[in-house]
Design a protein around this ligand. Structure first.
Ligand code: CA
Length: 232
């Protein structure tokens, strides 16, 4: 059951050469494209073009990429819109900020358009797989995770999670009792091309436990391997 219409990708970047190159590669790969050259234009085109994914440069005139990302994540209709951020090479603070804001993936500049296309395809595959699998709510004691509504509820009260925290919790609840290595978690939640360190996983799990205290004893660290959710 594949979507018959080619996916539309909004390229948000103010450097015309990069826009031209990315547009060319995407169209040669069968995607439809729209281009925005500023943050303001990006927000307008998300409304009018309804893209399936946004490639978002961080450095933009008027409204920068971080604020565009924030605005998209805060609006219910675009809260889950896939976003791939273009970050300055090896600028870790950009990546951390992007991670906090819930970008789905990152590509550091300068990048190869071919690699970017591969990332986009991987992200779409991941999302389609999640959509196929994640139809019914998962439960663990008083915790209910509803992948369709993207809601985590404990004792009837909703807990606000970031996209990554939610993704991690979903992995644990889909595989209770199984040890999930940091690499598996990185691959499934961040994507196999993600170049971050496995420490990212530790940081997110710590935050998840702070938000949902019942997990602090339920998700256990297994020596140097990874983590598991204790089977009830
Ligand atoms: Ca730029």
């Amino acid at each position: 059951m594949t979507d018959p219409a080619p996916k539309k990708i909004l390229i948000v970047e103010d450097e015309p050469d990069i826009v031209r190159l990315v547009k060319l590669y995407l169209e040669n790969s069968g995607f439809r494209t729209a281009c925005a050259h500023s943050g303001t234009e990006a927000l307008a085109l998300v409304q009018s073009e309804k893209p399936d994914l946004v490639i978002l440069d961080l450095m933009l005139p008027e409204i920068d990429g971080i604020d565009v990302c924030k605005k998209l994540r805060n609006a219910p209709e675009t809260a889950l819109l896939p976003i791939i951020m273009l970050t300055a090479k090896s600028d870790e603070s950009d990546t951390i900020v992007g991670l906090e804001l819930g970008a789905d993936d990152y590509v550091a500049k300068p990048f190869s358009p071919k690699a970017l296309v591969a990332r986009i395809k991987a992200l779409f595959r991941r999302l389609e797989r999640a959509e196929r699998q994640g139809q019914s709510p998962l439960t663990y004691g008083p915790l209910v995770l509803d992948p369709l509504r993207h809601e985590a509820i404990v004792n009837g009260k909703e807990v606000s999670l970031t996209a990554k925290e939610f993704g991690l919790l979903e992995q644990f609840m889909c595989h209770p009792g199984r040890v999930l290595t940091r690499d598996i978690l990185l691959n499934t939640v961040w994507g196999y091309n993600y170049y971050g360190t496995t420490r990212t996983v530790d940081v997110h799990i710590r935050r998840l436990k702070l938000k949902i205290p019942l997990l602090s004893n339920a998700i256990v660290s297994i020596k140097s391997l990874g983590y598991k959710l204790i089977d009830q």
